[in-house]
Design a binder for this molecule. Structure first.
Ligand code: PEP
Ligand code: MN
Length: 320
């Protein structure tokens, strides 16, 4: 953002006024006509507010590559949940929906812990073709039934363009997984369903690429994108991924967009999920996506990172 000052303006006073808006000055230079030009950093400061600062002649905002995302706002409603509202949204459930019985048993118990969206994969992206890849369409129905009976909404992942309408019919929030963040044909197909989307950050995507993926969704008709930080690929295998709280804070506080954390996929181990969840909330997360299983040792996928119900209670008890 470049501010041109009126001749003779008090640059120090302008600096102070900018600081009061959370902006800082990168550089100052003398432009033509003795005007002082100041570049200040922020992606979301209202230009008309800055133009009203005493001594400012003109405010020039660089064009953004993701204007729809910039304009989307910080609150998104999905089923019974409001992201960016007063309370963090809790989404919880198994990695994969394993049976009708399992998901309905879990849904009832999760509802008692303040969870508002039931998570669970019917279509699972798996690194190995030999791993359990989900029960597909029947699992969508099991999940919807279980959620309705427990008064919950549904968040579930879509893997293929052809499945987008079917998944969107069942889900209150359609999940795009990390591995599909830049699957542009899928983003378009999901955007066309007009359902809000939970957009996971890809394993090595920059924040700008993540926001641009959101731009694709909004351009295709999606009514709102909730960004989900789930850990990026780090250099150290001690944890499954590296939870990027800096990126999360940037998306929440600078871009002013709804963002949640998935500490389960970030940590890859259940003993670290609760502390990471708390750290994410402290950094500004509008919610959490948690893998929870009533018998993690027998989970068909991602068992080591699944919380049991006691651990979920420990986390949610601390939030009350
Ligand atoms: C999931 O949420 O189960 C999942 C597969 O997540 P990610 O796309 O972040 O790996
Ligand atoms: Mn998983």
């Amino acid at each position: 953002m470049i501010l041109t000052l009126k001749p003779g303006a008090d640059a120090a006073a302008v600096r102070r006024a900018l600081a009061a808006h959370g902006l800082w000055v990168d550089a100052e230079a003398r432009g033509t006509g003795h005007h002082l030009v100041i570049a200040a950093h922020s992606s979301r400061a209202e230009p008309q507010v800055l133009a009203a600062i005493e001594g400012v002649l003109d405010v020039c905002v660089p064009a953004s590559a993701h204007p729809r995302v910039d304009a989307q706002g910080s609150q998104i409603k999905a089923g019974p949940a409001v992201f960016g509202g007063e309370r963090p949204v809790l989404m919880a459930g198994p990695c994969a929906v394993e049976s009708a019985d399992q998901i309905s048993r879990l849904a009832d118990r999760l509802a008692k812990h303040g969870v508002s969206l039931l998570r669970g994969g019917a279509f699972k992206p798996r690194t190995s073709p030999d791993s359990f890849a989900g029960h597909g369409t029947p699992a969508l129905e099991w999940m919807r039934r279980a959620a309705d009976a427990a008064g919950l909404g549904v968040v579930t992942e879509v893997l293929a363009e052809a499945d987008a309408p079917r998944v969107a019919e069942v889900a209150d929030l359609v999940q795009i997984g990390a591995r599909n963040m830049q699957n542009f044909a899928l983003l378009k197909a999901v955007g066309r369903t007009k359902k809000p989307v939970l957009l996971k950050r890809a394993l090595s995507a920059t924040v700008e690429e993540w926001l641009l993926a959101g731009e694709h969704l909004l351009a295709a008709g999606c009514p709102g994108v909730v960004f989900c930080e789930r850990g990026v690929r780090g250099f150290d295998g001690s944890t499954r991924n590296l939870l990027d709280l800096g990126a999360l804070a940037l998306v929440r506080h600078v871009h002013r967009l709804p963002v949640v954390a998935d500490p389960s996929h970030a940590a890859g181990r259940r003993d670290l999920v609760v502390p990471l969840a708390r750290a994410a909330l402290a950094a500004g997360a509008n919610g959490l996506l948690l893998e929870v299983h009533d018998d993690p040792g027998r989970a068909l996928s991602d068992g080591p990172q699944a919380l049991n119900l006691d651990q979920l209670a420990q986390l949610t008890g601390g939030l009350a």
